[in-house]
Design a protein. Structure first.
Length: 166
């Protein structure tokens, strides 16, 4: 696995790819079916008269289907700096949207995912549910679950040692 973590003193950033969920897989299936259907229709309608136009239409459809397919690839990136955690959701390795920004002073507890149990709070997973390095950060708005390797845990301890539970 690539080293996708950068950290020193009070700064840390980490990029986590997320496996496709059932909803994303369904969207990808619809994209694929639509692309194949539109390509077949374009070939049926244009191939007998102007084959080049049909071929170009298939290429255009394939291009847009590829863009839509890529857009369903989701990654999360978090940055911890100057006492603040900023979480961004990245679509298709191109489009970035900041979805959460919390101060480390607002974090009440930091604990491993294995200690989460059956809590009823609002839980946001910014990593895979089967991630061995997953840690939960409990704050006023709910619980954020991030992938936290050793260097990230050191950064979390730098800002909020009192909230850390192993």
């Amino acid at each position: 696995m690539e080293n996708n973590e950068a950290s020193y003193n009070g700064y840390c950033e980490y990029l986590t790819p997320v496996k496709a969920t059932g909803k994303i897989k369904a969207v990808r299936a619809v994209i694929t079916v639509l692309a194949v259907a539109l390509s077949a229709l374009a070939l049926i309608l244009t191939f007998p008269t102007v084959p080049v136009v049909g071929f170009l239409l298939v290429l255009v459809i394939a291009f847009f289907a590829r863009l839509a397919w890529q857009y369903t690839k989701i990654e999360y990136e978090y940055t911890i700096a100057t006492g603040e955690l900023e979480l961004s959701k990245i679509y298709g390795a191109r489009s970035r949207r900041v979805i959460l920004s919390i101060g480390m002073s607002d974090v009440a507890e930091i604990f491993p995912l294995s200690r989460l149990g059956n809590r009823s709070e609002n839980i946001l997973f910014a990593c895979g549910r089967d991630d061995g390095d997953a840690y939960c950060l409990k704050y006023d708005g709910g619980i954020l679950v991030i992938s936290a390797p050793e260097r990230t845990k050191a950064c979390l301890k730098h800002y909020k040692r009192s909230a850390f539970f192993e």
